[in-house]
Design a protein around this ligand. Structure first.
Ligand code: BV8
Ligand code: ZN
Length: 246
């Protein structure tokens, strides 16, 4: 017997909804051992993500920014998806039209088997040229004072979206379409502070979706959500999938 009460309305929608969309944030990867951004583990050498994930930081001190990404890549190379990621694969296989929108750059949704994933903020394991934007397939070795260079001479950077940078147009438009037509929208493991990602659940709600939030802490979305589960996504999502299969 699960200790989590699932409202009747959600149970019906799990049975009848045709189009479903999900937005995930760092919280869904927390149980895999990936530090979130705004928890106490969000600090790295006293820096916050907002200070390092910027063009200015990279121009000022590319070495420091690369050190931060190398540290995060090491963590990500050792982690595996958790039951929350796998539950979303089940949901994708259950619904006719399902879109997974993620702010995460750790690639864990695809590793778990999710197919239709929109990575709004890129992927931490990919690199590109800071100047010409060309993808860079080579090895990245960060030696003292040396940043790998592109054939055009530009410096190589992680292929993620930094603060102040535009999100990939295809990902954004796909996410907005999916959010606006969703009958059921889940916001999972995100503090709902970073835009335009955080506007997806609001777009869904505005267009009549039933909005479910699964998050450890309250967020700016909590009061507008139709149903809020305060808890771990790795525990709650499998329970919801269990009800689906009944
Ligand atoms: C843009 C990639 C425009 C890099 C990231 C003022 C108001 C509104 C907006 C702005 C503003 N000032 C500036 C802006 C814009 C800015 C923004 O939104 N800033 C915020 C901080 C206010 N946005 C941008 O700059 C975006 N670009 O707007 O461009 C533009 C217009 C014209 C011309 C040019 C540009 C770009 C944003 C993308 C930044 N890149 N990441 C990298 O990762 O290195 S964002 C970064 O934050 C990650 O992607 C992360 O996913 C994202 C959001 O954080 P969360 O995922 O929510 O993680 P967080 O730690 O915050 O929360 C985790 C939650 O999980 C917690 O609530 C916790 O309770 C919960 N949790 C923990 N464990 C669990 C759990 N829940 C369930 N189960 C658990 N086990
Ligand atoms: Zn280049």
């Amino acid at each position: 017997m699960s200790m989590v009460e699932i409202p009747e309305k959600l149970i019906n929608l799990l049975r009848t909804a045709r189009s479903v969309a999900v937005l995930t944030g760092a919280g869904i990867s927390a149980e895999s051992g990936v530090p979130t951004f705004r928890g106490e583990e969000g600090l790295w050498k006293k820096f916050r993500a907002e200070e390092l994930a910027t063009v200015e930081a990279f121009m000022q001190n590319p070495q420091l920014v690369w050190e931060w990404y190398m540290y995060r890549r090491e963590i990500i190379n050792d982690v595996r998806p958790n039951p929350g990621h796998y539950a979303l694969v089940d949901l994708e296989n259950h619904f006719e039209d399902f879109t997974l929108i993620t702010q995460n750059v750790d690639g864990l949704h695809r590793t778990a088997g999710s197919k239709k994933v929109l990575e709004l903020h890129g992927n931490i394991l990919c690199n590109k040229c800071f100047e010409c934007g060309e993808p860079y397939e080579g090895e990245v070795e960060i030696k003292e004072g040396e940043i790998p260079r592109c054939d055009c001479g530009g410096r190589i950077r992680p292929d993620v979206v930094w603060f102040g940078e535009l999100l990939p147009a295809a990902a954004i438009s796909g996410a907005l379409d999916a959010s606006e037509k969703a009958e059921l929208f889940f916001s999972i493991g995100t503090s709902a502070l970073v835009h335009p990602a955080a506007s997806m659940p609001m777009a869904a709600k505005r267009n009549g979706a039933y909005l479910v939030e699964i998050n450890l802490d309250p967020t700016p979305l909590s009061e507008m959500a139709d149903c809020v589960f305060h808890g771990k996504s790795g525990e709650i999502l499998p329970l919801i999938v269990e009800r689906l299969k009944e």
